[in-house]
Design a protein around this ligand. Structure first.
Ligand code: AHR
Length: 722
């Protein structure tokens, strides 16, 4: 009879399972080997007892410093990230420029007629207006305009909203009533129930207004009107409209009135009560991530499809009524109400610094500015933008920033020239980059300048004429691909002066937001980033946001697998979001040297390379990929060790942890665990907290212990080491 004994200095799986059943998830290491031999008749008496993998943490060997810039955020206008997302504005198409011919997202009320009018511009920026014909209005049949927001308008009880609009009248002097109406979708043809109890036929679909205010007089020239709308004890809902209506047909002498509108706006209370500010629930999700930086404003949104659709920052600052807006490459209109200063206010609110991407002369539909004289104005624009952010108030653009409401300069350390310039088929990036690099370094020698073509692209595409301080590498992968590259940076050369910014990455499993499989791939990858953060100084998941209200093609999502989802009313974090929170809020400043033996692996067939759907070259050979991932960091002040472990398997996985280089580790510590019953499990707008981390106190820790990782789990152990 043959027995295969694969024990090392650790307890058997059987013993671990017993301990797990008894509720002791962390067990001290027995002093002696414990060997349990079993005869298995089904395998001719040969039994292979699984080995418990060993993980060694060498707490006296610091392999790297954790970058102070881990972890960050990446943002752009995609998936209705700002308008219909984090930006507080509740009115959709508030400037009527989303469509050149139709007043899209606007409805009429009562007998009103509306048209777009280019003959009555508010100004050069907002050069179209909405004309309302009031000729059929009456006391019992008000005429007006209505907006349903971004798939609804959230209304909450006892809350004050700020509505504003520009208007001018012809044969019309008012009054106008501004109201928030709940739409009862069960009764689409409801009549209007006025607050005095009278019931009126024909005011389609509206019930009693939940909040109302009156503008008594409208002038014949453009003027801005502001009102507050305060709700009472109304139910929370998103099936609401903003309605501006009148019961007056016109003036005494001419009964056929017309009113023009521009920039019709409605704001709820915002995060930190910032004017023109952000939605509190989404901001809170971000605040919980403790991000260090915000990569802004893109992504493709920086570049635009065409040069004149780039993020032209000078057109996004100052009075919102002077911002013309532009079409985004994600195919919808941006009013630019969320402009450069709003990004900076966002940074202020979350105590993070901007990582500024400047337009570098390439737009997505292969439009580009030639390096040399043609590019000079764009380089100057970038220098002005940096001055706007960092200059003191004696500088031209620093003074402009102060005029825009922020006298203090913002901290800025990183500037990225362009976005994904490997798409530029003319290969001009090296020349364009060097022009930006030289100008930025000449004026701001301390700024780190990032190239957008990294080691994930062929050598021939990269910048050679200068040494970029960092390159931005992007990885959108499956779970298996992320896991397969989870040791990629361990062997990357450290002699290269150029560091790495992983400025966009995601394990793209699950839509609209990633599921647990996505979180597991992310966690495997983040172990790699953290372990190598002497090289990878910055990272940011992308995309950050998705509005989940309309997931059909052309709806509210352009790119699936996004970290945070929301509709008009509520928001939620995906399992990947919680993985990010866990990583960003639990790490030390030193990366510790680690080693491991007998970690389980699984076979993986890498996908075949294809071009236009046609397979290219040999089918790659299957390869073994780890099933457990880990890294360890230590807080040099407190001594706390943060051990992160990821188990992607469908079975529990005991891990034997040995810690050397410390005199002791307290028996009691903390475990933060994110786990699921299935890799498909996820969070959603209906079930926002299906998968969230649990924090528990654990016993039985020390310099030598065994911890069982649940199936499909991410575990962080906080170990109090001395
Ligand atoms: O994150 C979505 C898009 O992916 C970004 O806009 C672009 O930079 C990348 O291709």
């Amino acid at each position: 009879m043959q027995h295969t004994r694969l024990f090392r200095n650790h307890p058997s799986t059987l013993a671990c399972l017993l301990l797990a059943v008894l509720g002791a998830t962390t067990s001290p290491l027995p002093a002696q080997d414990t060997i349990t031999d079993t005869i298995d008749t089904a395998t001719n008496g040969i039994i292979t007892t699984p080995v418990i993998p060993v993980l060694q943490i060498k707490a006296d060997q610091v392999s790297a410093q954790v970058s102070p810039m881990l972890y960050g955020l990446m943002t752009e206008e995609i998936n209705f990230s700002y308008e219909g997302g984090i930006y507080g504005e509740l009115v959709r198409n508030r400037t009527f420029k989303a469509d050149a011919t139709n007043a899209v997202y606007w409805d009429t009320v009562g007998g009103a007629a509306i048209t777009l009018d280019t003959n009555q511009p508010l100004n050069a920026a907002l050069n179209v207006s909405l004309k309302l014909d009031t000729g059929k209005a009456s006391k019992h049949y008000p005429a007006g305009i209505a907006n349903s927001g971004y798939w609804g308008i959230a209304v909450r009880p006892n809350t004050t909203y700020h509505a504003s609009f520009y208007a001018k009248g012809k044969h019309f002097k008012g009054p106008l009533t501004v109201s928030l109406f709940h739409i009862n979708t069960n009764y689409p043809n409801l009549t209007y129930h006025a607050s005095d109890g009278s019931v009126t036929e024909g005011f389609d679909g509206y019930t009693v207004p939940m909040a109302s205010a009156t503008v008594s007089k409208i002038s014949s020239g453009w003027q801005k009107y502001d009102v507050t709308l305060t709700t009472g004890d109304v139910p929370v809902s998103k099936d609401n409209q903003l309605v501006i209506s009148t019961t007056k047909r016109g003036t005494f002498f001419n009964h056929h009135g017309e009113v023009w509108f521009q920039q019709v706006s409605l704001f709820p209370p915002t995060y930190n009560n910032r004017a023109n500010g952000n939605r509190p629930d989404i901001m809170q999700l971000l605040a919980d991530m403790h991000p260090k930086f915000l990569r802004m404003p893109g992504g493709n949104y920086l570049e635009g499809d065409y040069i004149n659709e780039r993020f032209d920052w000078k057109k996004t600052i100052g009075d919102v009524s002077q911002r013309p807006g532009h079409r985004s490459p994600w195919n919808y209109w941006s009013t630019d109400g969320f402009g450069l200063m709003e990004y900076l206010g966002w940074c202020d609110d979350l105590h993070m610094e901007p990582l500024l991407a400047v337009y570098a002369g390439y737009s997505l539909k292969q439009q580009r500015v030639a390096p040399g004289d043609d590019l000079k104005p764009y380089v100057q624009d970038a220098l002005d933008e940096i001055e706007y952010i960092t200059g003191d108030t004696n500088t031209t653009w620093g003074a402009r920033r102060a005029q825009d409401g922020h006298a203090a300069p913002f901290a800025l350390h990183y500037v990225e020239a362009g976005n994904e310039d490997w798409f530029d088929r003319s290969n001009t990036y090296d020349a364009r980059f060097s022009q930006f690099y030289d100008a930025i370094k000449a004026k701001y020698p301390d700024l780190k300048v990032i190239s957008t073509v990294g080691n994930d692209h062929p050598e021939s595409m990269r910048v050679h004429s200068r040494t970029p301080d960092l390159t931005d590498e992007h990885y959108y992968k499956t779970q298996e691909q992320m896991e397969a590259q989870s040791h990629m940076y361990d062997t990357r050369s450290r002699t290269n002066l150029t560091k790495v910014f992983v400025g966009e990455w995601a394990t793209r499993v699950g839509r609209p937001t990633p599921n647990m499989a996505g979180a597991l791939g992310d966690a495997a990858w983040m172990c790699c980033l953290e372990r190598n953060s002497d090289l990878v100084l910055l990272e940011s998941y992308a995309p950050l946001f998705v509005n989940v209200s309309d997931l059909a093609r052309g709806g509210s999502m352009q790119w699936p697998s996004d970290l945070i989802g929301y509709d008009a009313l509520t928001s939620y974090g995906s399992p990947s979001y919680y993985a990010q929170v866990m990583f960003s809020t639990h790490h030390g400043d030193n990366v510790l040297a680690t080693d491991s033996q007998d970690l389980p692996t699984h076979p993986w067939q890498p996908p075949q390379r294809t071009r236009n759907g046609v397979p290219q070259g040999e089918r790659p050979a299957p390869q073994p990929v780890p099933s457990v991932f880990y890294d360890a960091t230590r807080d040099s002040q407190s001594g706390t060790i943060y051990l992160k472990m990821v188990n992607r398997q469908d079975t529990p996985q005991p891990i034997h942890v040995q810690i050397s280089g410390v005199s002791a580790v307290e028996a009691q510590g903390t475990a933060i665990v994110l786990k699921a019953d299935s890799p498909d499990d996820t969070n959603s707008i209906q079930e926002p907290t299906n998968i969230v981390p649990d924090t528990e106190t654990v016993d039985g820790l020390g310099t030598d212990f065994t911890r069982e990782l649940p199936p499909y789990s991410i575990t962080i152990l906080e170990l109090k080491a001395k």
